[in-house]
Design a binder for this molecule. Structure first.
Ligand code: T4K
Length: 382
């Protein structure tokens, strides 16, 4: 018989994620420095240091920090002067398409491929119209898009490519930082991401002039004390966020190792369960193990995704159905021709089958096995 304490531990609530934080005492000296020099925001010393350190760490030329990933996306579209219509995926967090809405751009939803859930390059060309100016793909769950194929299409049609790389912190693909693909990439440093500054984000670009333009646009459009070059917005990262980022960066490697061990345990334990599909590990990629999505085939598994989701909840395991509903199903987009489910059969199916399992660096392997056991218990075929 388990004692009371062990039983309570067995039933601890487990959430889909939990932010990694350094020990408070490591952060305090940074706060003391901010208090001493009274530089709180507007490209302060920690902000400048983090931009440099991140560029080195991510293996990219330039990083511009933002207050969050959504404003980085909205600004990235303005940096490239994107207008008219943009090809994008419905299988993402709603901020991807909202960034188009905020720029008065019409989204053209294109279906995804079924292996990783990324925009399917084979379907892009058919969706291009004379008003199309860009492609906005997402490396969903941190699995790389077919970037070379997407670039080929963009080059033929003269389109810009802006990657929503919100899930991609630290990922290397084909021997380089993943944010080197396309014209621009955006990152998110939200609390739920593998690297967090509580809220935060960035645009990665390839040249100094573009970085200048980004930095003007995130600071009201100011290009000097009295010159305003465009109606920019205020989306600057502050010094506390930047300082936290500097401390977080020191612990990134150890956090990723723990995530990797968790992901490997899930992969090993779940592979034999009928009706559960796990995304394969992408080739030539150093992953960040940001998410662990599984896909439930009701017929083979025995119960539906929603039933499993509810049953896990009853066991105090709080998963998320990223990304259900599809963005194209939300009221502000569902009237669009490209949002019709028959245009998006694979995305519709994946959104119906997905559950993201808990994955964060402090999740114990015991808890992972508890989650796996629940999933096994509900499989009528076991
Ligand atoms: N593009 C993509 C592809 C994205 O996925 C996102 C954001 C963006 C763009 C926009 O980037 P940001 O503007 O956010 O930088 C979360 C996040 O809010 C969102 O950042 C993220 N994607 C999305 C996939 O997930 P929710 O609504 O699921 O978060 P929430 O608050 O329910 O948190 C999930 C669980 O995490 C909670 O059950 C408990 C835990 N949690 C959460 C927070 C915020 C904590 O333990 N502590 C916390 O502080 O959207």
């Amino acid at each position: 018989m388990k004692n009371k304490r062990e039983k309570t531990k067995m039933n601890n609530p487990i959430y889909v994620t939990q932010p990694s934080l350094p020990e408070l005492k490591e952060f305090i000296p940074y706060l003391e420095k901010i208090w001493r020099n009274k530089r709180l925001t507007n490209n302060g010393p920690f902000h400048q240091q983090l931009e440099k350190e991140l560029a080195g760490f991510l293996g990219v030329p330039y990083v511009s920090l933002f207050t969050n990933g959504t404003l980085a996306l909205v600004t990235a579209l303005q940096v490239m002067r994107i207008t008219g219509e943009v090809i994008t995926t419905p299988y993402s967090f709603v901020a991807t398409t909202h960034s188009l809405w905020w720029n008065n751009i019409k989204p053209l939803f294109v279906d995804i491929e079924s292996e990783f859930g990324n925009l399917d390059p084979e379907k892009i060309e058919a969706a291009i119209t004379p008003k199309t100016t860009a492609i906005l793909p997402v490396h969903v769950y941190g699995n790389p898009c077919k970037a070379n194929h997407i670039q080929q299409i963009a080059d033929i049609y003269g389109l810009k490519v802006i990657y929503d790389a919100a899930h991609c912190f630290g990922i290397k693909h084909l021997g380089q930082g993943i944010c080197n693909f396309g014209d621009l990439s955006i990152l998110s440093f939200h609390a739920t991401k593998v690297f967090n500054t509580m809220e935060g984000g960035a645009i990665v670009c390839h040249d100094e002039n573009t970085k200048k333009r980004i930095d003007y646009l995130k600071n009201f459009g100011f290009a000097g004390e009295t010159t305003v070059m465009a109606p920019g917005i205020n989306s600057k990262m502050n010094e506390m966020q930047a300082a936290l980022g500097l401390v977080q960066l020191k612990h990134y490697g150890e956090n990723i190792s723990k995530r990797k061990a968790i992901a490997e345990t899930y992969r090993k334990e779940l592979q034999a369960i009928k009706g559960i599909r796990v995304i394969p590990e992408p080739e030539q990629t150093d992953s960040n193990y940001a998410y662990f999505p599984i896909f439930i085939n009701k017929k083979e598994y025995g119960i539906s995704r929603n039933q499993l989701y509810e049953m896990l909840k009853q066991n105090n395991i709080f998963c998320r159905r990223y990304f259900y509903p599809l963005i194209s199903e939300f009221p502000m987009y569902k009237g669009l021709e490209s949002a019709k489910p028959n245009n998006l059969p694979i995305a519709t199916k994946m959104a119906k089958e997905v559950i993201c399992l808990p994955l964060f660096s402090e999740l114990s392997i015991d808890d992972v096995l508890r989650i796996v056991q629940c999933i096994k218990n509900y499989n009528k075929l076991l």
